[in-house]
Design a binder for this molecule. Structure first.
Ligand SMILES: Cc1cc2nc3c(=O)[nH]c(=O)nc-3n(C[C@H](O)[C@H](O)[C@H](O)COP(=O)(O)O)c2cc1C
Ligand code: SF4
Length: 490
């Protein structure tokens, strides 16, 4: 993981906790309408992949237990992890690209409804991503993967050589000379692993994305509705396909790249097709970036402009994240894939306790406030969700009161303690396990290992009935909190 130049250690300070009466009077615990559904509070658990789906992308018992456990804390809404909309194998990542996934997802919506006493609304994040390969062994890259062309032959002065001889010569070329023979994409494929981009319009399937994606997203959204979700979140953030269309680096020349009016075109077309499929009463929003946080990337001005366009199109909420791009990711080990949360933009997405002078808490609040202000100035009341280092009641309440956002996302904080929402509401905030922003969970995510939190995953591990991770060393779920057994509060 990339670390910022100034390595200051920050300690989370949740501030004071409210009494139950003060919580009841707060904005955070006041209801809010989000499109076709009402939330009992302005608390939100953003999407987090826990790596618990089956190898074929089906919902497992472990998924059900995971979301059931989060629902017991009764946040206003939970967004189920990024779920793939295509018929492509993607390891233990949930999928929704075919009707066969509906039954499993319906079990999950039932479980959340039951565990939260019907209080928590459940959305699902719909994701599309392009192909990415592991960083190859250099020998394999030169002997198998690299497509040898005239350019390589000319650079090596090897026009008449058999292809095997050209490959052999390339494999033995010193690093400095390689940079003169391979182009930038080939060098990237060698050093990072091959990765498709939305700008690879020489590839037919990439050229066709504006034709194929609206149907893929809308079919997935229709399935989400059938499975009983209260709404869908279109994943337009981080390193994935739709964010790459919005990116300032998208220079497609087919009307879907270049100026921002073109870059927002496909995201709006996808939204419209989704809306047609699910109807006007269903909640549809998106998660996108307040800032890309990369060189030549999109800044908050573009994001504010996109926010207004999304609101104008009729989206029901805008959830803002930041960074998380491939462009500045750290070089992976041979045999591993590049990961978009390892460079400076990844740091902005999930800032950890070793930080710069700005610290890891609430880095996305001011950009979110600018985007919300632009949406309001354009006459739209679309709710805005902000996330990033938020763990205290005072912090959340203040940003709502100052009109910086309408809903507050607690991702890692809810992983550290899914009962945050209920503990604070009951005036028992002092019992909250406060996230330390160590990113231990994120390191597991990076390895595609079952995600847990170091604050609870060894607790009472030997007690009978405690489910353990595949390595047998960590508990799968946070320990139960007796307060959740209290009678239902009004
Ligand atoms: C283990 C893990 C998995 C994540 N998976 C997703 C995801 O599927 N989709 C997404 O938009 N963000 C994902 N995120 C990012 C979080 O939703 C959130 O934006 C980020 O952690 C910053 O918020 P926080 O400081 O409240 O944790 C993930 C974060 C973690 C720690
Ligand atoms: S492992 Fe736990 S304490 Fe550390 S960042 Fe993740 S949720 Fe927070």
């Amino acid at each position: 993981m990339w670390r910022p130049p100034q390595r200051i250690k920050w300690h989370p300070d949740p501030g004071s906790w409210p009494s139950a009466e003060a919580a009841a009077r707060s904005l955070l615990y006041s209801p809010i309408r989000v499109g076709g559904t009402g939330l009992s509070s302005r608390t939100w658990v953003p999407a987090m992949v826990p790596w618990r789906a089956s190898a074929k992308g089906h919902v497992t018992d472990a998924n059900i237990e995971w979301y059931d456990r989060f629902a017991r804390g009764r946040p206003g809404a939970i967004v189920v992890e990024a779920t793939g909309i295509r018929e492509v194998p993607s390891g233990p990542l949930l999928r929704i690209g075919d009707d066969r996934f509906i039954a499993g997802l319906a079990r999950l919506t039932d479980a959340v409804r039951r565990a939260s006493g019907g209080e928590t609304r459940l959305f699902i994040q719909l994701i599309d991503f392009l192909a990415i390969r592991r960083r190859p062994e250099p020998e394999k890259f030169f002997r198998r993967h690299l497509r040898i062309g005239d350019r390589h032959r000319a650079a090596l002065d090897a026009r008449d050589w058999p292809e095997d001889a050209v490959r052999e010569r390339l494999a033995r070329l010193p690093q400095a000379e390689l940079a003169q023979v391979l182009d930038a994409r080939e060098l990237e494929a060698l050093r990072m692993g091959y990765r498709e981009r939305v700008t690879d319009t020489d590839l037919a399937h990439i050229r066709a994305l504006p034709r194929t994606l609206p149907d893929l997203f809308s079919a997935a959204a229709r399935r989400a509705r059938e499975a009983g979700f209260d709404g869908v979140e279109l994943h337009y953030a981080h390193a994935y396909t739709m964010a790459s269309f919005l990116s300032a680096r998208n220079d497609r020349a087919d009307g879907y790249g270049g100026p921002r009016v073109n870059r927002v075109r496909l995201p709006i077309e996808v939204y419209r097709r989704v809306r047609e499929a699910v109807g006007a009463d269903y909640t549809v929003g998106c998660r996108y970036l307040a800032e890309e946080c990369i060189e030549d990337g999109m800044g908050v001005e573009d994001a504010a402009w996109f926010g207004v366009e999304f609101a104008r199109a009729g989206m029901d909420f805008l959830s803002l994240s930041r960074g998380g791009k491939f462009e500045d990711a750290r070089q992976p080990a041979v045999g591993a894939s590049a990961y978009p949360y390892t460079g400076p933009s990844g740091y902005e997405c999930m800032p950890q306790y070793v930080s710069d002078e700005r610290g890891p808490f609430g880095r996305n609040v001011e950009p979110a406030a600018r985007i919300r202000a632009a949406v309001r100035a354009a006459g739209f009341s679309t709710p805005v969700v902000v996330s990033g280092g938020i763990h205290g009641f005072d912090q959340a309440e203040a940003l709502l009161r100052e009109g910086k956002a309408d809903l507050v996302g607690f991702a890692r904080q809810s992983l550290a303690d899914p009962d945050w929402f209920r503990k604070v509401k009951l005036g028992r905030g002092s019992e909250v396990r406060v996230c330390r922003y160590t990113n231990y969970c994120e390191a597991l995510d990076q390895k595609h290992a079952q995600v847990t939190c170091e604050l609870w995953d060894r607790e009472a591990i030997e007690e009978p009935g405690v489910g353990k991770t595949a390595d047998g060393k960590r508990r799968m779920l946070p320990p139960a909190w007796p307060g959740n057994a209290l009678p239902r509060d009004k």
